[in-house]
Design a protein around this ligand. Structure first.
Ligand code: NMX
Ligand code: MLT
Length: 440
């Protein structure tokens, strides 16, 4: 079966039964205890959400439906199934979306069907194109993306059916599926129009119906080299999801729990991704690296790098690209990018400098005892990769992240409606409440 909606329609009743069983069997079990420090400290380490798509292990990193990143690189279909060489090893994001949605590794035929479906749904109407082309070019690319998603909201099938009173609770997942698939299909086009508008005199490039979702995105931005398309395929695969609690996924889920449609929900998620402690860190890494190179050149001593870290921290800032709220070791998404760059960009001076920094900075950060994890995260490498491949406009980098994250956020939203999850509404406490409760 290559029709994803039909496959999911068969899985949904089984998963609903599993959730019911979990609720009935374990509904009254205690998950854990939490402290005042956790309540005030961003709920770190508290299991407070259910997301069935991926799980983040502090040491192993992200596990998508039971598969690690190296396993997915090995098992998921590639753009050219006949080419077995190392230059064609990046997984297709279509494959990871299939896996996230179904829990099953897809066949080539299933991935191909998804590629065609997204091509068919991917046209962006001229009125939306005009909307983007009329946005002031000094808006940040992420602001443009968030606004364009809101513009597309007028075509939401869920919002229309709900407004007409034509949809029952048990069927919510279907129009959520339709909206989510439309959003995923259109987001590379929207993102490419933003790129061309902001950085290429608004000269747009037509979609190429032969290409896969990621390859076509690279093409519509204006990059035809095989290596860039491969890079974008890998990039869009590894950034798609990072369990339920990260800011973009959590925001999308929270907003969607009020039955705001997928466009409203993901636009909100994109606004969270645009923060420098989350997805914007990839632009921040590039920014400081360029400043560093301007001052010191690409051949620097370890001491130069250590001094830089001290300077940043003593001026009350964070070193972008290092640390994580959950991970306690180097992010496997960082390793994935190192492997890519060591093969495709082995002589690039900037990549070499980045790898030197990634050796030196964690050791230096370890001397600051308060930092729970000094190791490189996903954003440490991605900007440099794009820069070295010719995508030099670093203010745009988080948009590429957002194109990828749409996969996980949309898959989660569809499943949240299929599971019938309720509106999310945790309690909060004022300071008096803590005094009254704990005063001895
Ligand atoms: N540079 C300097 N200080 C840091 C760093 C860092 N890279 N990482 C953590 N700290 C500080 C942190 O600001 C906090 O300081 P204070 O108590 O003065 O407020 C202290 O160390 C303890 O923080 P942690 O418990 O280690 O980290 P937390 O879970 O609060 O935050 C991040 C996680 C990712 C927000 C944090 O490590 C950070 O700001 N990193 C740099 C920005 C970055 O790379 N973000 C991208 C994350 C991945 N993504 O895509 O979202
Ligand atoms: C992510 O990919 O969302 C980041 O690593 C941040 C997180 O997991 O909190």
């Amino acid at each position: 079966q290559t029709n994803l909606k039909k496959v999911i329609a068969e899985i949904i009743p089984q998963k609903q039964a599993e959730l019911k069983e979990v609720k009935e069997k374990y509904g009254d079990k205690v998950v854990g205890q939490y402290t005042v420090k956790q309540v005030i400290g961003g709920m770190r380490g508290m299991k407070g959400l259910m997301s069935d798509l991926s799980r983040c292990d502090p040491y192993q990193g992200i596990i998508f439906r039971g598969y690690t990143i190296p396993q997915l690189k090995e098992f998921l279909p590639k753009a050219d199934p006949k080419a077995a060489d190392q230059a064609n090893q990046e997984p297709l994001p279509e494959g990871i979306f299939w896996l996230l949605m179904t829990g099953q590794l897809p066949t080539h035929a299933q991935v191909d069907a998804l590629k065609h479906e997204w091509q068919n749904r991917g046209t962006v109407n001229q009125d939306c194109v005009n909307f983007i082309l009329n946005l002031p070019k000094d808006l940040h690319s992420m602001t443009m993306l968030s606004m364009a998603l809101l513009y597309l909201q007028k075509d939401s099938k869920f919002a229309k059916l709900y407004d007409e009173g034509k949809i029952s609770k048990k069927d919510y997942w279907e129009p959520f599926y339709e909206d989510s698939m439309d959003l995923i299909a259109k987001i590379p086009r929207v993102a490419a129009i933003i790129y061309r508008h902001k950085y290429r005199d608004s000269k747009l490039i037509d979609s190429d119906s032969k290409l896969d979702w990621a390859g076509n995105y690279a093409h519509m931005m204006g990059f035809e080299q095989h290596v860039v398309k491969e890079c974008i395929r890998g990039y869009l695969s590894i950034h798609c999801d990072h369990e339920g609690g990260n800011v973009s996924a959590h925001t999308t889920h929270l907003v969607g729990s009020a039955l705001s449609d997928p466009y409203l929900s993901y636009s909100a998620g994109v606004n969270g991704l645009a923060g420098p402690l989350h997805g914007l860190a990839n632009q921040e890494v590039l920014k400081w690296l360029l400043q560093f190179i301007e001052e010191k050149g690409t051949k620097v001593s370890d001491k130069d790098i250590e001094d830089y870290v001290d300077h940043v921290i003593s001026s009350g800032r964070v070193v972008p690209g290092y640390g994580h709220a959950v991970l306690r070791d180097t992010d496997p998404r960082f390793h994935h990018q190192v492997d890519f760059s060591k093969f495709h960009l082995k002589d690039d001076q900037m990549i070499k400098l980045l790898h030197q920094c990634a050796d030196v900075i964690p050791k230096k950060l370890l001397t600051y005892k308060k930092i729970a994890n000094p190791y490189p995260n996903v954003d440490c490498h991605s900007g440099v990769l794009l820069y070295s491949l010719g995508l030099t406009e670093y203010q745009y980098y988080t948009v590429v992240f957002a194109v990828s994250r749409a996969l996980g956020c949309m898959a989660n939203l569809i499943w949240s409606r299929a599971f019938g999850l309720p509106i999310e509404r945790p309690g909060s406490a004022d300071l008096k409440w803590f005094h009254d409760k704990f005063r001895e």
